[in-house]
Design a protein around this ligand. Structure first.
Ligand code: SAM
Length: 284
């Protein structure tokens, strides 16, 4: 029995349900329940929230979220082998855990969630990045979620929180920081997981802002940042040439030297450029 919930230790759960980690599902499990409770605490106060957890696996983080007081957890897991172990947790926390067997990239969880909603996950990195981009680019803002607490490969986490002038700075940083506050709240060494991955990991916590930090049309901003960072070593007057015949004067209008490179330009200036470009296209 473990101190946090009187359920058996995760090693025993994994052995009993034969949950040997499968590489193709990106399975690197967290077995230390003190650590999963600590990660759960990074999500903030969950007592009045529904928490969407993606990829619960044997349930380490799920148990952390429930022990830390989440009102209700909706967990989406692709691997059917994990379902009996998750059922034991659902039985222990009567009415507070719902499990959906499916692919998080296909399932729409909204029908099963009551706001306010927080999201927490330790996911395979490719799925995590794809979901993060989806969660950051809904048609309307604010989104359905209040906060995201997500484990990433350290290098991806650094790209999310990067600032101008750094190597990691690029489209992911701009996307995340335009409409959310993003910070790294924990670093984890490979040995924290079973089996241990090759890389270090980090937990990123993002809080949705009520509105974007600076006004800009999402599609135009995305077009500008894609063109700028696809040729990040070129001067902006060259990399953005295809966007508008008068790009040099639009750059100047936005307060950007035409000889600057993408990685030197902050979010505020990129938003100013997106607005100038949109106005020029509309003939303003
Ligand atoms: N949350 C558990 C933990 O912290 O120990 C497991 C983490 S493991 C890195 C990733 C989990 O995501 C696995 O249980 C895997 O089966 C699940 N998974 C992988 N791809 C998925 C997908 N597309 N949809 C839902 N779950 C997925």
């Amino acid at each position: 029995m473990t101190a946090i919930d009187n359920l058996p230790p995760l090693r025993e759960v994994i052995a009993r349900h034969d949950l040997r980690a499968k590489k193709q599902l990106g399975q690197n499990f967290l077995l230390d329940l003190n650590l999963t409770a600590k990660i759960a605490r990074q999500a903030g106060d969950m007592t009045q929230c529904d928490v969407l957890e993606i990829g619960p696996g044997p349930g380490g983080l799920t148990r952390g979220l429930l022990a830390e007081g989440a009102r209700h957890v909706l967990a989406i897991e692709k691997d059917a082998r994990a379902l009996p172990a998750l059922q034991e947790i659902a039985d222990r926390y009567s009415g507070r855990l719902t499990v959906i067997h499916g692919d998080a990239l296909q399932v729409d969880p909204l029908a099963h969630l009551t706001p306010p909603i927080r999201i927490a996950a330790n996911l395979p990195y490719n799925v995590g990045t794809e979901l993060l981009i989806r969660w950051l680019t809904p048609p309307d803002w604010p989104p359905f979620w209040q906060s995201l607490t997500l484990m990433f490969q350290k290098e991806v986490a650094e790209r999310i929180v990067a600032t101008p002038g750094s190597k990691a700075y690029g489209r992911l940083a701009l996307l995340a920081q335009w409409r959310a506050d993003a910070r790294i709240v924990m670093m984890l060494p490979p040995e924290a997981f079973v089996p241990a991955p090759k890389v270090h990991s980090a937990v990123v916590h993002l809080t949705a802002l009520p509105q974007p930090r600076y006004p800009a049309d999402p599609a135009v901003l995305s077009q500008v940042t894609a063109a700028a960072f696809n040729q990040r070593r070129k001067m902006l007057r060259a990399s953005l040439r295809g966007l508008h015949p008068q790009i040099e004067s639009l750059l100047q209008d936005a307060g950007i030297p035409p000889t600057a490179r993408a990685e030197e330009i902050d979010l505020e200036r990129f938003c100013a450029l997106a607005r100038a470009l949109q106005a020029a296209r509309q003939g303003a």
